[in-house]
Design a protein around this ligand. Structure first.
Ligand SMILES: Nc1ncnc2c1ncn2[C@@H]1O[C@H](COP(=O)(O)OP(=O)(O)OP(=O)(O)O)[C@@H](O)[C@H]1O
Length: 896
């Protein structure tokens, strides 16, 4: 499974749940996968066909999405096609029947209308799964119910014994059981991941939705344009789409538009330009919603309250799918809340109407929320949040200055009351601002004592005050009749006021702090890269490589992200590989990319780095952790208790020693230094940036100790208990040292992270020979070595001898007698006790690596093939890596 992952997708590790889901599918079980947008659900149905060599049929609701996915899969050397009304190649169906595609996408209409003979032919050659993507569309309780999905249950009777997999990012428990029932899933494996998208910043801003609001909004968009990355603007009406796009054009920025009333050709063209980065902004209705698979969207801005919280989660989820910090802002006006009836018109039953209404109310509440937005979103989807403050939404980060608005609140509420609660908000605001419109004069509101008393402040300010009074419960809005009245709480307040005196009322009503909130002109991508320690030259190189990728994509007529993602480009920048083997080793580089673009990419890296004065082949200390985490001093990962985060901040940010932190005067009592070390390690595990060199220096972890610990862990074969590992090690190696190595291993870091930040390799590099470290003689301490050697078995010496004589087949035969475990022990021992000098050839290395399911380190390989120099072993390994015969994971070589 991991070989397939590296070969086709370029990744060296599965994300949470992926492996289990794939295993269940391969075992023939049904599954229901409910995982956040961008969490990697697609991979769960894309890997099984590559392992089983049978076709995966994937039902997907959108033609454009299918086309994008097929394009991206082809770039990974995977045979994929789609079948639907838009398919112009008439041979695809018959090719599909013959089973030549790994993955076949179909719309639900096509899947339920295609003949039974199609299915039986395909069944004959083999179907490994039927995946129903965006499975919530099958549920009437889902926010995007589609009648076509209801037909899919028929397939259950045709595709007997084919595992069915439903996948969705948004399903409450009710929707989950609806999916299980509707798709007739049999005892499904349920994988429900967290809904949390840690790299997304959530924020909300109010607007008046007049022409000035469009102007203001466009200003905000322009700030985002200044940063790199794509932008999606979601509007609730076609009119808004057109108006915003027009205003953007007037401001000199071209955008694409996408809505249901456009001809399909125009829509496709718009979509194509967007995913190929030919236009940066897409202004769209929710028709441009589900399944937009562009990983580098940096901003999703909503103009208008969405129709449900589920659709907001789904649409905002298009943002930052590559794990890089991204921005989701919602710009709403209270008049949006009056659209409930409009949305309910879609309902075909009372229960649907109720469902629509409930999720619309949840969206409204999200708009008016004063507490943590992430917590609210997660709890809506049934996730338990132990924290109150996520540190990464507007309510948790942007200080809301509270001012005393008692006088203005009194005026507004008294005016609303005097107007009899029969009007919307505009009229009382106009009265306060001194209007003598016909309506006002006819109703004699110009004679009210409040008339003209509020003309110093803008109408917009009064409206912002009104929304605060609504959300604090002083005013009540009737959304159906669009009227506003004073609530009982508001009446209480009024009764405690006189025209000269009002009790203090502090509310967050400042226009300025709301200004500049969206985007704020920040270049999120660049900020993120800077926070990860990229130098100015490296940032330059990053931008240049983005340009190179764009040229390659233009020449190939594909989207740049289909070549490789921004995260992969970042790794090119940090490691600046000079050989194909080094390039192949980078997460995100698959075999197809290496074969097709490898030379050109290497050439660009070489030339551009030279121009910028950057050396090649660097080892980076950058943490490669769960790519959804970005933890810097300004972002507190919520799984991390405040004490741990604080300790990490003091150590990382303020540069204090562990001893100083332990005895910090601000504490009620000193804590143990070891406790502080543990806290900082926990923070690192949660993704906080770490200087491992400094850390190991402070705890006295030497490179030799590191190597010994690695060997001891390998020997013990389990990381669950520290004691057995400690017993294998010399006295001076402490538990803290062991914990540190374990933490680094869990984070996918190698011993290299202990070395200098960027360690240039041999500059005089002939590209054909990879520069490698020559293993030290004492790679495993004599203490560990002697214990390992006790395991030696005579039969293995014989196997070794035969292998050196080139009789590898005979060796394999003998090894069959050996169980896997003892074989591994033998191989661990042999490198240090070889009597005969084994020579390395490509074949002998492949043969030997085949014995190590979990891979083996370079030092052990060099030790084993003593008959060859370390350089030639390294060279052979490098060749095998570039040919994608072997690959490296956690510094261990494995067969692909
Ligand atoms: N194991 C992995 N390692 C690194 N990246 C991965 C891994 N699995 C998936 N990805 C990447 O994560 C991104 C999101 O994956 P994917 O499109 O499958 O998400 P999804 O869960 O289907 O999202 P949505 O619900 O929004 O459609 C893709 O760019 C994908 O290549």
């Amino acid at each position: 499974m991991e070989s397939v992952l590296k070969k086709h997708f370029g990744y060296s590790a599965f994300r949470p749940y992926q492996k289990q889901i794939i295993e269940h599918i391969l075992d023939g079980n049904d599954s229901l996968v409910v995982m956040a947008t961008g969490s990697g659900k697609s991979l769960c149905y894309q890997v099984p066909p590559l392992i089983s060599n049978k076709t995966a049929v994937v039902i997907s609701p959108l033609i454009s999405l299918m086309q994008d996915q097929v394009m991206a899969l082809k770039q990974r050397g995977i045979r994929a096609e789609y079948l639907c009304s838009a398919q112009i190649d008439s041979t695809v169906q018959s090719k599909a029947e013959s089973g030549i595609f790994h993955i076949l996408y179909m719309t639900p209409e096509k899947a339920s209308s295609v003949s039974n003979s199609f299915w039986s032919k395909l069944l004959n050659v083999g179907i490994c799964l039927l995946a129903v993507d965006e499975a919530h569309c099958i549920s009437e309780w889902g926010h995007n119910f589609r009648v076509e999905y209801k037909q899919l249950d028929k397939l259950r009777d045709v595709l007997i014994n084919v595992p069915f997999v439903g996948l969705t990012a948004t399903a409450t428990e009710k929707v989950q059981s609806d999916i299980i029932q509707s798709l007739k899933l049999k005892d499904p494996y349920l994988a429900v991941g967290s809904f949390d998208r840690k790299n997304l910043f959530y924020g909300v801003k109010t607007s008046n939705h007049g022409s000035s609001s469009v102007f203001e909004f466009v200003e905000e968009i322009l700030k985002c344009v200044a940063s790199s990355g794509s932008i999606i603007i979601y509007c609730t009406s076609i009119k808004d789409v057109e108006q915003i796009s027009k205003s953007l054009l007037e401001a000199g920025v071209k955008s694409g538009i996408y809505h249901g009333r456009m001809a399909s050709k125009a829509r496709e063209e718009s979509h194509r330009l967007f995913i190929r980065d030919e236009i940066q902004i897409m202004v769209a209705t929710i028709a441009f919603g589900m399944g937009i698979d562009k990983p580098d969207v940096r901003h999703v801005l909503h103009y208008g309250c969405p129709k449900s919280l589920e659709s907001y989660y789904q649409e905002s989820g298009r943002c930052g799918r590559d794990g890089i910090a991204s921005n989701c802002w919602l710009y709403y006006n209270r008049s949006d809340f009056a659209k409930a009836d409009f949305y309910c018109r879609e309902a075909q039953s009372e229960s649907q109407r109720k469902a629509i209404m409930e999720s619309f109310m949840a969206a409204q509440q999200y708009c008016m929320l004063r507490t943590c937005r992430r917590k609210y979103l997660l709890e809506y989807f049934g996730e338990i949040c132990a924290y109150e403050n996520c540190g990464y939404c507007d309510n948790c980060t942007i200080p809301k200055k509270e001012i005393d608005v008692s006088k203005q609140a009194f005026l507004l509420m008294a005016c609303i009351k005097s107007c009899g609660g029969r009007w919307g908000l505009n009229l009382p605001v106009d009265v306060l601002r001194g209007s003598r419109s016909k309506k006002i004069v006819d109703a004699r509101y110009d004679k009210l004592p409040f008339h003209s008393l509020g003309k110093e402040v803008s109408a917009n300010w009064w409206k912002i005050l009104a929304s605060q009074l609504i959300s604090f419960g002083f005013l009540t809005e009737n959304l159906k009749y669009k009227t506003i009245s004073v609530s009982p709480e508001g009446m209480n307040f009024l009764s405690s006021c006189t025209p000269d005196h009002q009790p203090p009322l502090l509310l967050p009503v400042g226009e300025e702090e709301q200004q500049n909130a969206i985007g704020g002109g920040r270049d999120f991508n660049m900020d993120f890269l800077k926070s990860e320690g990229l130098s100015q030259e490296e940032l330059e190189l990053y931008k240049m490589l983005l340009g190179e990728r764009m040229s390659l994509a233009r020449a190939a007529g594909i989207a740049p992200y289909a070549i490789c993602g921004d995260q992969t480009i970042k790794k090119f920048v940090l490691t600046r590989p000079s050989t194909k083997a080094r390039l192949a080793n980078i997460d995100g580089v698959n075999q197809h990319l290496l074969g097709k673009y490898g030379d050109r990419i290497l050439q660009s890296i070489r030339d551009l780095s030279k121009g910028l004065g950057l050396s090649l082949d660097v080892v980076s200390t950058l943490q490669v952790v769960n790519n959804q985490k970005i933890c810097t001093a300004s972002y507190h990962p919520k799984e991390l208790a405040p004490a741990r985060f604080q300790a990490w901040k003091m150590w990382h940010e303020d540069g204090l020693s562990f001893q100083k932190i332990a005895n910090f005067p601000g504490r009620s009592a000193p804590i143990k230094e070891q406790t502080v070390v543990g806290y900082v390690l926990d923070a690192a595990r949660e993704g906080c940036v770490m200087d491992w060199m400094r850390f190991s220096g402070e705890i006295g972890l030497t490179e030799d100790a590191f190597i010994n610990i690695e060997a001891a862990i390998l020997k013990v074969g389990s990381k669950d208990k520290l004691r057995p590992i400690k017993d294998e090690l010399p006295e001076e190696v402490s538990y803290t040292h062991i914990r540190t190595v374990l933490a680094m291993q869990d984070l996918g870091l190698t011993r290299d992270a202990l070395l200098a930040n960027h360690r240039p390799s041999n500059e005089a590099n002939d590209c054909s020979i990879e520069t490698v470290e020559i293993p030290k003689q004492s790679y495993i301490s004599s203490h560990v070595e002697s214990k390992i050697c006790e395991l030696k078995e005579p039969v293995n010496c014989m196997a070794e001898h035969l292998s050196s004589q080139g009789e590898s087949k005979a060796v394999s035969g003998m090894q069959d007698f050996d169980d896997q475990h003892s074989l591994r022990k033998r191989q661990k021992v042999d490198p240090h006790k070889n009597l005969i000098s084994v020579k390395a050839t490509e074949d002998s290395i492949i043969e030997w690596l085949g014995n190590f399911e979990n891979g083996i380190s370079l030092s052990d390989i060099v030790e084993h093939f003593k008959g060859s120099t370390a350089e030639s072993v390294a060279h052979l390994l490098s060749c095998l890596e570039s040919e994608f015969v072997i690959y490296k994971k956690n510094d261990h070589y494995k067969l692909l």
